[in-house]
Design a protein around this ligand. Structure first.
Ligand SMILES: [Zn+2]
Length: 247
């Protein structure tokens, strides 16, 4: 499985050379190129990447608004996301049901609900190809069924909106916002995920001295035996094989 971090910028004003485009990941396997999320920065631009299909996590501007003039390829999204994008001129639309493995061009996607926004409910995807498995959740506070979501996952790709400070607000019974990277690393530790890659970078990362942040993250992750990396636009990663669990 090959991963290409097409974009790594969150919903912030600032953009830099390393984090220029809205967060999007291309997952490639045996000739198929599946693009996860297509935010506004990609409007009029994603076509040149020739994705085999596009899969959406939620309907926020930095994740879906690049599709507002439609797409020539099939687009997959949960029902709740489609409700918000009804008026988009997308012809080839497919619904992804939560917790139902869906095979798209040879790559299996399973949607897990995550807590993030009331108006635009979000999901994270467990993506499997061959023996390799990742979990991708660019925007979240928590994964509702974390144990199942991270089962046998080799790499967790998570939300860099904040590194150490929580941005979580209560709205009635629900929570909205993001969990800091620190909290996400503890999930990896608990579910024995050996690799964590941070994308969807917020201003804490984008406006700071990145090597310093990376050093801080490594120090946190090291004691738990997790390898952590900060993604930047254009970063590529080849993942092989499966996670080897003791016992
Ligand atoms: Zn976002």
């Amino acid at each position: 499985m090959k991963l290409t971090f097409l974009g790594t910028r969150g919903e912030i004003e600032k953009r830099t050379r390393r984090h220029r485009m809205h967060t999007s990941l291309m997952v490639s396997y045996r000739g198929a190129d599946l693009m996860i999320d297509c935010g506004l920065d990609w409007l009029g631009k994603f076509e040149r990447l020739h994705p085999s299909a596009i899969v959406l996590t939620h309907a926020h501007p930095d994740h879906a608004w690049g599709l507002r003039r439609g797409a020539r390829c099939p687009v997959y999204a949960p029902e709740k996301t489609w409700q918000e994008l009804q008026h988009y001129p997308i012809k080839d639309r497919h619904v992804i049901d939560e917790r139902t493995p869906t095979k798209i061009c040879g790559i299996t996607f399973e949607a897990f609900p995550v807590e993030h926004s009331i108006l635009s409910p979000a999901i994270g995807y467990r993506v499997s190809a061959g023996r390799c498995r990742i979990f991708y959740a660019p925007d979240l506070i928590l994964i509702h069924d974390r144990i199942a979501a991270l089962k046998k996952v080799l790499a967790y790709i998570g939300d860099g909106a904040t590194v150490t400070t929580s941005f979580i607000r209560k709205r009635g019974k629900a929570l909205i916002g993001y969990s800091p990277v620190r909290a996400q690393l503890t999930w990896c530790e608990k579910e024995r995920v050996p690799i964590a890659i941070i994308t969807h970078c917020g201003s804490e990362i984008v406006t700071s001295d990145e090597p310093k942040i990376v050093a801080k993250l490594r120090a946190m992750a090291e004691e738990w035996g997790i390898e952590v990396a900060l993604a930047c636009d254009g970063m590529q990663l080849e993942l092989h094989g499966k996670r080897s669990d003791p016992g």
